[in-house]
Design a protein around this ligand. Structure first.
Ligand SMILES: O=C(O)CCC(=O)C(=O)O
Ligand SMILES: [Fe+2]
Length: 248
C-alpha cells in the first residue's frame, strides 16, 4: 500500500488506522480506476488502477463481475431510498450518483489467538468505530463468525449477526447530508473474538466524485425546513479520509 499506487493494493495488519489506533486486519483495497488528470488536482492521490494478484488467474475477472453486479444492486437500493424519501426513483441519477465512484475492500481479520502474537500491535479491535464515507455499503461477511457490530439508537453495540446469502447494508455520510438526517450513517466496528480468521468483502457505492452534496429540498421539507448540514463535495471528503487512514 502506498501513495504511488493511489492507495490501491495490499495493506498489512495494523497499517490501517482508525481514531489513531492500528486496526487488526489486512486487506486488498480497490478503487474505481482513475486515469491521470481525470479528477484534476483533487483526484491526484487516487490516480491509478487496481493491483490484482496474478493468482488465482480468474481473480480480476471475478472481481470485475462482482463490482458490476453490486453497482447495479446498490443503484436499485438507492432508487428505493429515493422513492421512500418522496422523490422520483431517479433522484440520485445524473450529477449526484449517475456516474458513481466505488471502493471495494477484501478484508481478513486474524483469529483472536493469532492476534496475540508478539509482532502485532496490541489491539483487540479488527476495525475501530467509524461511519462509511459515501452512500451505501454492502458488506458480504463470513457466514459463521459474528464480528461486525453496529451501534443502535440507544447507544448499545449490537452484533450484525451474519445471515447466509445476505449483505449488511450500511448508510454512509453523504446519504445523511442528502436526506437532511432522515438516514443516519451507521456507526460500526469489527471485533473478531473467534479463533478463526474472518473474511469480509465491503463494497462502497458512492456519489459522483465531484458531486455537490446538500440536503435535498424534499428532505428539508420533511425535517422542519432547516438545513441540518452544510454543503460537501464527495471527492474532498473521500480524499481527506483516505489520506489520513494509513501509517505510511
Ligand atoms: O468487515 C466488516 O464487516 C466491515 C468493514 C468495514 O467497516 C469497512 O471496511 O469500512
Ligand atoms: Fe466501514
Amino acid at each position: 500500500m502506498s501513495t504511488a499506487t493511489g492507495f490501491r493494493g495490499y495493506q498489512r495488519i495494523g497499517e490501517n488506522i482508525t481514531q489513531g489506533k492500528p486496526d487488526m486486519h489486512e486487506a486488498i483495497d480497490c478503487y474505481r480506476e482513475v486515469k491521470p488528470g481525470r479528477y484534476g488536482a483533487l483526484g491526484k492521490p487516487l490516480e491509478g488502477s487496481n493491483l490484482w494478484p496474478d493468482n488465482p488467474p480468474n481473480f480480476s475477472s471475478l472481481m470485475e463481475e462482482y463490482i458490476s453486479l453490486l453497482t447495479d444492486l446498490a443503484r436499485n437500493i438507492m432508487r428505493g431510498i429515493a422513492l421512500a424519501l418522496g422523490g422520483s426513483a431517479n433522484e440520485f441519477e445524473g450529477d449526484k450518483a449517475g456516474d458513481p465512484f466505488w471502493v471495494m475492500r477484501l478484508i481478513g481479520y486474524p483469529g483472536a489467538s493469532d492476534a496475540k502474537c508478539p509482532e502485532m500491535p496490541e489491539n483487540d479491535i479488527g476495525c475501530g468505530a467509524h461511519t462509511d464515507y459515501g452512500l451505501l455499503t454492502l458488506v458480504n461477511q463470513d457466514d459463521d463468525i459474528p464480528a461486525l457490530q453496529v451501534r443502535n439508537l440507544s447507544g448499545e453495540w449490537i452484533w450484525a449477526v451474519p445471515i447466509p446469502g445476505t449483505f449488511v447494508c450500511n448508510i454512509g455520510d453523504m446519504l445523511k447530508i442528502w436526506s437532511n438526517g432522515l438516514y443516519e450513517p451507521t456507526l460500526h466496528r469489527v471485533i473478531n473474538n473467534s479463533p478463526k480468521y474472518r473474511v469480509s468483502v465491503a463494497f462502497f457505492y458512492e456519489p459522483n466524485f465531484y458531486a455537490a452534496i446538500e440536503p435535498l429540498e424534499i428532505c428539508k421539507q420533511k425535517t422542519g425546513g432547516v438545513e441540518k448540514f452544510g454543503r460537501a463535495v464527495y471527492g474532498e471528503h473521500l480524499v481527506r479520509k483516505v489520506t489520513t487512514n494509513f501509517v505510511m
